[in-house]
Write a protein of this length. Structure first.
Lengths: 718, 525, 256
């Protein structure tokens, strides 16, 4: 089917969803969400796949707005990737949202929620397929407002939620403003707000203008993406967003910001200097570090995942920045690899973050709490949820054979390839950022070990009265789908990379697949950059082993050096999976079925030092697990003591020790609080005008009228 | 001030109290009302600088008799404050607000006798663990039926550890009772938020053998065996304290030779125990060569003890009225020479440890016990001296002729682990100095004067290697034990142990434990 | 830090020749009483003087159940006809198979891991166990290692008369050990309850709670006796009989 048709079908289904949700009774609304949402997502997936694989892109002008621009729809390979990913995320998210709607508490708000959701789906896709700045910004605004409304809907309006919603909206508008200004500059230069026109007229732009556009679009779209220093709305919004909405928020809308950055800085305005790329690299690394530090030391599951999103976005942006530097310094192949790594990480992040948020939703529904200090031992009552959550945890911790490993590996390898740059300063920055990213990866393992262990393993810390059962199939099914996708994207990288390459190669100028996918693994043999002797070695190594038995083999190769002495960084996740399964089976067979076949396996109590009864309060809490990180990175956290009292009775008996420390996020302290105080101060100034006296207001109106008349007279052309 | 002045002061403030001064034993017995107890004891402890030794609870035929024993320096002597109440009334005012050192004594009395101390905020779950025993088990009462108590066990299934730290994410880390390699059984509940110990609560009495109950009704000689063997690393000191108590009751005169030999053996035990404590400290800091060197020295001293007396821990030497057997002079001299040689090696070990910076890093400024805390908690022995609290029973209330022996009592001010280590080395030197003087004045003569047991009660005290130990013995007419009350130095020092580990990291915990040289067997009895 | 290396080297080898040979240094063992031929009256005095009833008299021979000896020396000091005394240390005995069902496999002959539990001991037995790690005895050379966790242990070494509060902990430790495992009870308290056997919170030895395989009498048994017990437990020394006979009667004259 043609892409155009599929896109139209998608919008039609969204429209049908809105209509049906207004007309169906409350009990069926969930099913509407599930059915139509899944159909819409399928349409999206097919559209994206069609555009990518079959190359079926289109550009369709719609209406022409006089004085502004012609609204155009354009699907090119880059947007196709994003469409595909969004479809992949919206499918399970719809099932989960539908399931949530069927629960008691949602009956009253369900109608508004479903309408808003379908509206959001439509606006997200519209952003991706917008071919000119006006449609883009229109869709973007609609999307922002719908996000804000969705955060407010679904439950009671606590202060937190309202505050977080306003912050989301305010920051969103500020970011939109900046991005719009960026588009305007490009548009003024090109004389039209159409993307194709902008792209073809960039040649003459000076360095200053390029920097302006970069900074405006980077930090403008960076608000939505979640980059330091404009991301302080993100943790707050993610924490208060209703369970049914958060997966879409994290898995789909986050990508919009990244799409914006990519679209402007890779497509419309390719980099000619290393500067902007380095800024992106550094900002990305700092975001990643701060994000993971705060994720590791946070105990609320949703807030922790929000900070982890910031971390992942940081990695993506860092990879993207590296790509920009390579484009600017004329290393097209490396640029392609970097872009592929960034986009791969984006896909992976969408998948596993959605999976994790679904898991958190399941936990919160079953136990009523998100505090890791109060959870524990859930694997006994929720084994399937735990299994899917484990897959998500392993993926985000970048462990093979799951997808996080591939993108993390590619990103770090790209950093290492910075040795091929000529400027020493750039190389130093790359080295520092590379080590920062490596530290991030290590902290991510700590963080997610803590998450899984404290929530699902160990002793149960919940009240005895709380009944915990396995999550329903409307939660398990989407989690299973996403888990399978995580495994698939991890084990079949050599199928994914050429597809991503086809979208990104035009932006980078080189071919990623040539360096990453060996010619005998479904890549174009004509583009082989590996020396033939080397390729033969691979053959002899047995890279072709099981080619008939194993339908999907994957080997990612990064090659460096000349034909005489090639240096290769290679890894194959599909072989890893095979080896893992074989080794596990072999271990089981040898040890259990042969060596210890005569020994009896007994299950007994855990060893607890001989105490009479091990109580839940005697087990490590999440705070305790992550305390070493708090202590080591004290300089970042800068805790201030709020309370440190020691209560004594009868002179010497310590009755209570109360300690409380406050840790203000550096971004909050350096950016948010100053802006807030400045805004309040300014509002205070303005308030002097609002004294309520009618005469003064009339005077204001008169004054404004006079100024307008004067201006009109002055600028009236004779 | 001396006892007469003290009597005046007491009569002035508490006219109802009856004071009797016994100049021979330099003891002042003060009979006061229950209401006056806290103030009077507080005055003695805080105002007149007396140390708190023991709270002895005795169930008489018709009344309770509580005896609070205080001691001061040489001219001050002993003050026993007595309070009585009819058996039906079991409430006494608590003195812990003023005498914090009496905290555990009152808790023990509540657990074992069922007495209620008003004003004590922490009674219960002390010796009789709440998750092992039902309420109202009073094992030390005369009418206690052990079989019935064991049959109707109803432990508290909902027992929870007391939580003092109120911080988000705080938890209670359990250590023990079986932990580490070769350690005594004790259960720690460490309240923490992950990196450092905010509050440490030891749960002791896993090794409670109820020797005070066991001793009742036995002959004096049988109980001597128990006194030696309940805390056998300092067996001689405890046996000696018990013998002194019984000998004091019977007004016995010990032969001079027996006295000197007792001094010699007590100091030999102190030297050996200190070498063992030094070995523990080196082992806890994982300074392997020093650990081996100290281990060699401890084994050497054990062999010296074994060669001299036949038993490595000096069992079977003490007898009521002297010693069970004589030790030949040349054997004593040989033992002294070997001890001097061992001391020389100990001094060399000290010299080397003083320049091992990685070792000192673990001990210096770690585990500090402040002077005022040491005083308030009534800490005893080398640890108290490391915090500047110098009151050695050999100088303050001399026995066995220590007043005629020249020796110093070392003290330090810092109160950290390193100060405690330095005290151990210094006291070892002093012990050998005393042994040299003892051997020099060995006289001829017998070593035992048979005792004529008679009814009565007395306190025996000895400066054991870990600090002062106080044994109270009451004999009935047939010469059998009616009441045996033991207060050991570890009982006081375990009380104050938590002061040294709070605010320090987990890794410092075992090291501080070793510098305190605590014995769980001594504490638990 | 080189001072420690030099110190260690200069100290030389202190390790005992046991078990290859007999250790004859003075003070390594307190010895144990042994029975012998006694007339009726002195025999009765001997039997009565012992507070833990070590001796029993049958037809002119007094036999000594050394498991009960608490080293009070009342049978050799201050008594007219003292008992015989053995200055040995190889006292450990293996209980008969019907009483202890644990079977050891030959692999443990060369090396074992020992878990030590203090079930109310006075401190002396534990201190002697601690001496096993000092250079004089160095049990590592014999393949004996102490492990804090019972999950890794093969032999459970128990000291103390098993107080009431330690019952659960002791049982839990035993249950946490994987089979095959052996239990070695060390010291008079662990065998018979010692002087605490009449206390209402003490059991009469470890055998009341766990199946014991090897018993090491003494109060406390010296490190060499504990080593002998461990060697018996792994089968590197042949087991001897329970009641001692007057084989080596080296009385220590200085102590009488």
């Amino acid at each position: 089917m043609e892409t155009q048709l599929l896109i139209f079908a998608f919008f039609a289904l969204c429209g049908a969803g809105i209509l049906l949700s207004l007309t169906t009774p409350g009990s069926r609304r969930g099913n509407v969400m599930v059915l139509l949402g899944c159909l819409a997502a399928t349409a999206l997936i097919l559209a994206g796949a069609n555009a990518l694989l079959a190359g079926d892109t289109f550009s369709q002008p719609l209406w022409s707005l006089p004085g502004l621009a012609t609204l155009t729809l354009k699907v090119d390979p880059l947007s196709a990737v994003f469409l595909f990913v969004s479809g992949l995320v919206l499918f399970p998210a719809s099932i989960f949202a539908g399931g949530e709607l069927n629960r008691e508490s949602w009956r009253s708000n369900g109608c508004a929620f479903t309408v808003l959701m379908f509206g959001l789906y439509a606006s997200i896709v519209l952003v991706f397929i917008a071919g000119d700045a006006v449609l883009f910004l229109l869709a973007w605004e609609v999307m922002s407002i719908l996000c804000w409304l969705l955060i407010l809907w679904g439950g009671d309006l606590e202060n937190d939620r309202v505050g977080a919603g306003y912050l989301l909206l305010a920051m969103g508008e500020a970011g939109t403003l900046a991005a719009a200004l960026g588009f305007l500059v490009l548009g003024v230069n090109a004389g039209s707000l159409d993307f194709t026109a902008m792209k073809s007229n960039v040649a003459g732009l000076g360095a200053g203008v390029r920097w302006t556009v970069f900074l405006l679009s980077f930090f403008g779209f960076g608000v939505k993406a979640g980059l330091v220093p404009v991301n302080f709305w993100l943790p707050r919004a993610y924490t208060v967003a209703p369970c049914a909405f958060v997966p879409v928020l994290a898995g789909a809308t986050l990508n919009l910001g990244l799409y914006g950055i990519l679209r402007v800085n890779a497509d419309l305005l390719p980099a000619t200097q290393a500067g902007p790329g380095l800024v992106a690299l550094v900002v990305g690394t700092i975001s990643a570090l701060l994000g993971i530090l705060y994720a590791t030391t946070n105990n609320d599951l949703k807030t922790m995942l929000a900070h982890s999103s910031i971390e992942n976005v940081g990695i993506i942006v860092a990879g993207f920045g590296a790509g920009m530097v390579f484009v600017a310094t004329n290393h097209p192949a490396l640029a392609a690899i970097a872009f592929v790594a960034a986009l791969y990480h984006l896909i992976n992040h969408s998948l596993y973050k959605t999976l994790l948020f679904l898991g958190v939703g399941a936990v919160e529904n079953q136990t009523g709490t998100r505090d890791m200090d109060k959870l524990g031992g859930l694997i006994k009552w929720m084994p399937l949820t735990a299994l899917c959550f484990l897959v998500g945890t392993l993926s985000i911790a970048a462990l093979p054979p799951f997808n996080g490993f591939v993108s993390e590996w590619l990103t770090l390898q790209t950093m290492l390839r910075s040795v091929e740059l000529s400027s020493t300063g750039t190389k130093i920055i790359f080295a520092l950022c590379g080590s920062g990213l490596a530290l991030t990866a290590a902290l991510a393992v700590t963080c997610f070990t803590k998450v899984f262990a404290m929530s699902f393993l160990g002793m149960r810390r919940l009240d005895k009265e709380q009944k915990v059962t396995e999550a329903k199939s409307d939660t398990l099914a989407p989690m299973a789908i996403l888990a399978a996708l995580c495994l698939a994207f991890g084990v079949l990288p050599t199928y994914v990379i050429p597809v991503l390459g086809s979208a990104l190669n035009p932006l980078a100028g080189g071919s990623a697949a040539d360096a990453l996918v060996p010619p005998f693994f479904a890549a174009n043999p004509a583009h082989n950059t590996l020396p033939p002797a080397f390729a033969d070695d691979f053959h002899n190594l047995g890279a072709q082993v099981g080619q008939d038995v194993l339908p999907g083999r994957g080997l990612v190769v990064m090659h460096r050096g000349g034909t005489e002495n090639p240096v290769v960084f290679a890894m194959s996740t599909s072989y890893m999976l095979v080896a893992l399964i074989v080794l596990l089976l072999l271990t089981w067979i040898i040890i259990r079925l042969w060596l210890t076949r005569s020994l009896k396996l007994t299950r007994c109590e855990r060893w607890d030092g001989g105490v009479r009864k091990l109580l839940p309060e005697m087990t490590y809490t999440a705070t305790g697990f992550s305390n070493p990180v708090r202590v080591i990175f004290d300089a970042v956290f800068r805790p201030t003591t709020v309370e440190d009292t020691r209560e004594t009775v009868a002179e010497h008996f310590r009755a209570a020790i109360r300690r409380e420390k406050e840790r203000v996020h550096p971004v909050d302290k350096l950016v948010f609080h100053p802006i807030k105080s400045a805004a309040l101060w300014f509002a205070g100034l303005l308030a002097k005008m609002h004294h309520g006296r009618f005469n003064a207001y009339a005077a204001y109106a008169l004054l404004t009228l006079l100024i307008v008349l004067v201006v009109f007279l002055l600028f009236q052309s004779p | 001030m001396n006892l007469t002045e003290l009597k005046e002061q007491i009569k002035h403030r508490w006219p109802d109290a009856r004071c009797e001064v016994d100049a021979a034993s330099s003891t002042c017995e003060v009979n006061c009302s229950r209401a006056a107890l806290p103030e009077l004891c507080g005055r003695l402890f805080l105002g007149w600088n007396f140390s708190f030794a023991s709270l002895i609870v005795e169930e008489g035929a018709s009344e309770w008799q509580l005896r609070y024993c205080f001691y001061g320096d040489r001219e001050a002597g002993w003050v026993h404050v007595l309070a009585t109440a009819p058996l039906a009334e079991k409430t006494f005012p608590s003195i812990v607000k003023f005498v914090h050192a009496a905290d555990w004594h009152e808790r023990e009395a509540e657990d074992l006798f069922g007495l209620l101390f008003e004003g004590h905020p922490r009674l219960g779950d002390f010796i009789l663990h709440d998750d092992a025993w039902q309420e109202n088990v009073e094992p030390m009462r005369r009418h206690f039926d052990a079989q019935a108590a064991m049959l109707h066990r109803k432990p508290d299934a909902d027992w929870r550890p007391r939580r003092i730290v109120q911080e988000a994410g705080a938890f209670v880390m359990p250590v023990g009772p079986k932990f580490s390699g070769v350690t005594e059984s004790v259960h720690f509940l460490l309240e923490t938020v992950g990196e450092d110990v905010i509050r440490s609560t030891p749960r002791l009495f896993y090794k409670w053998r109820a020797i005070e109950k066991l001793a009742e009704g036995k002959t004096a000689d049988e109980v001597l065996l128990v006194a030696e063997r309940f805390a056998a690393t300092t067996a001689f000191a405890h046996g000696l304290a018990y013998c002194q108590a019984v000998e004091r009751i019977c007004g016995a005169k010990i032969p001079a030779r027996a006295k000197i030999l007792r001094v010699f053996l007590a100091e030999l035990e102190r030297l050996r125990q200190h070498a063992g404590a030094i070995q523990e400290i080196c082992e806890s800091t994982a300074l392997v060569v020093a650990n081996s060197q100290a281990g060699i020295l401890e084994e050497d001293l054990l062999r010296i003890s074994g060669e001299l007396t036949g038993h490595r821990y000096l069992f079977g030497l003490l007898a009521l009225g002297g010693l069970l057997c004589d030790l030949p002079n040349d054997a004593c001299r040989r033992a002294l020479e070997k001890s001097q040689h061992t001391l020389k090696q100990l001094n060399e070990l000290e010299k080397r440890l003083r320049v091992s910076s990685s070792f000192l890093d673990r001990l210096e400024e770690v585990g500090i016990v402040a002077h005022q805390n040491a005083m308030a908690y009534g800490l005893l022995g080398p640890i108290a001296r490391a915090s500047g609290l110098v009151r050695d029973l050999r100088k303050a209330q001399p026995y066995l002729g220590y007043e005629n022996i020249e020796f110093d009592v070392p003290s330090e001010q810092e109160g950290d682990g390193y100060a405690r280590l330095r005290i151990l080395f210094a006291e070892a030197k002093q012990s050998v100095r005393i042994m040299e003087q003892a051997v020099a004045v060995l006289q001829k003569g017998g070593v035992r004067q048979p005792l004529l047991l008679r009814a009565g009660a007395a306190l025996g005290w000895v400066e054991a290697p870990r600090g002062g130990t106080f044994h109270w013995v009451r004999l009935n007419e047939s010469g059998r034990i009616a009441r045996y009350r033991v207060v050991t130095p570890s009982f006081a020092n375990w009380h104050g142990f938590h002061l040294s580990v709070e605010k320090f990291a987990f890794q410092d915990f075992p090291i501080m434990l070793s510098t305190f040289d605590l014995s769980v067997a001594e504490n638990d009895r | 830090m080189s001072q420690w290396v030099i110190t260690g080297l200069r100290t030389g080898i202190k390790t005992t020749v046991y078990p290859r040979g007999a250790e004859r240094a003075p003070g390594v063992t307190p010895g144990l009483p042994c029975g012998g031929a006694f007339d009726a009256a002195p025999g009765k005095v001997l039997v009565d003087c012992c507070p833990t009833h070590v001796f029993s008299q049958i037809n002119g021979t007094v036999s000594a159940d050394t498991r009960r000896c608490i080293h009070c020396y009342r049978c050799v000091r201050g008594i007219e006809h003292p008992a015989g005394w053995e200055q040995t240390y190889e006292w450990a005995t293996v209980r008969s198979p019907s009483e202890s069902p644990n079977e050891f496999i030959p692999a443990f002959k060369r090396s074992i891991h020992i878990c030590v539990v203090d079930a109310g001991d006075c401190g002396a037995c534990l201190n002697e166990v601690k001496q096993l790690n000092n250079p004089y005895y160095n049990m590592h050379r014999l393949g004996f290692f102490i492990t804090p966790s019972p999950r890794h242990a093969d032999v459970l070494l128990v000291v103390g008369p098993v107080t009431d509060h330690m019952r659960v902990a002791l049982k839990k430790t035993y249950d946490a050990m994987p089979t095959p495992k052996r239990v070695v009870a060390v010291g008079a308290c662990a065998l018979t309850g010692g002087v605490f056997s009449e206390s209402f919170v003490c059991a009469k030895g470890v055998a009341d709670v766990l199946p014991v395989d090897v018993e090491v009498p003494g109060n406390p048994p010296p490190p060499l006796a504990i080593l002998h017990g461990l060697l018996l437990a792994v089968g590197r020394k042949p087991p001897a009989s329970l009641v001692s006979t007057s084989s080596e009667m080296e009385t220590n004259a200085a102590n009488l």
